[in-house]
Design a protein around this ligand. Sequence first.
Ligand code: ZN
Ligand code: ZN
Ligand code: ZN
Length: 351
Amino acid sequence: MDAKGGRVQNGFRQWLEAGSDAIPAPDVQILTSGGRKISAHSAVLAAASPVMESILDRAQKRGKSRRVIRILGVPDDAVMAFVRLIYSSGCMSLDEEEEMGRYGLHLLVLSHAYSVGWLKRACEVALALRLTAEGVVDVLLLARQCDAARLYLRCMKLLAKDFAAVKKTEAWQFLQANDPWLELEILQFLQEAELRKKRVGRKRAYRRVYEELGDAMECLQHMYMAREGSKKNHPCSSSACYRNLQLLIQHLAACPRRKACPRCCRMLQLLRLHSALCDDSTQQACRIPLCSHFKLRMQQQKEGKEEADTWQLLVKKVKVARVMSSFSKRKGQEGVHEQFALCTTTARTSD
Ligand SMILES: [Zn+2]
Ligand SMILES: [Zn+2]
Ligand SMILES: [Zn+2]
C-alpha cells in the first residue's frame, strides 16, 4: 500500500475509533454470493486496491449513483473478513489475525485478485505457519495460481521434508490423476533437493577431513615441542589423534618396507603436509622429522604440475580449516575480525 493509501485508511480508523460524527456515509455496497450486502467507503477501498479503484471509477463514469462491487465465489464470512482487514490497513487485532488463519486460502485469492499487496504477503506468512502434510498440496496449488512465490517455496520445502506423509493424502492422489505437469515439477524439485542435500553432506565430510588434518598438524607440533621440554606440555596427549600419531611414528621408525607400506605412506604424507604448512624458514630449528627434506624437495619442484596443484589445494584447505578451527575454539566475540581477515589472507596468499 502506498503512503497516501495508508494515510487515508488510518484517518478512517481514527474516525471510527473516536466515534466521530464526521464519518462520511458509506457510498459503496459489496455483494456476496450468499446475498449479503456490506456497506463500505469508496475512498478506503480505492486506496487499498487498484482493482477496486478502477471498478469504482468505471461505475462513476457511467453515472451510476449506487456503486456496487460483487465479490462472488467465496464464503460471505471470508468477504466480510477481507473488508475488515482492508479497513485495518495492516494493523490487525487478535480477532483479525484469527480470521486470517480461518479464511487464509480465501483471503489469499481475494488479496491476489484485488491486488492488495500487504494482505497477500500477510496471508502467505499466515498460511506458511499453518502448513501441514495433509493440506500442503491444496495450498501449493493455490500459491501457484496466485503467484505467491514465497508460499510456493515453503510448500515445496515441506513436500521435500515430509513426502512420505504427503504421498498418502487424497489431495496428492488427485493431483497425480489430474495434473501430471505439476507432479513432474514437484518430483523434479524433490530430486534437486536430494542432490543439494548430498552435495552439502559431501562438503561437510571434506571439511571434517581438513579439520582432522589440521588437528593432526597441531598434535605433531605439540609432540615434538613437548619432547624437548616439559612432559606436561601435551595439550591433547589423551586424544585419539595424538595416540594414532604416536603409533604411526613408532611404526615408521621400525618398518622395513616404507614405500610399499600404506601406514608409512600415510605418515610420510602427514610429515610432508607439516612441511608445507611449517613457517620455520631457517629449515633447521624445526624438530619435526623430514621437515627440511620436504621443503627442499618442494623448492626443486620435482612433482608434475598437476600433482603440485592438487597438493597446494590440499595445503590451502588445511590451512583455512586450522584458522577456522582456532577461530571457533576462541571464546567470546573478541578478535572475530582479525581471525576472519587472517583466514581470508591465508587463503589468498596460498593461491
Ligand atoms: Zn596436541
Ligand atoms: Zn610401514
Ligand atoms: Zn617444520
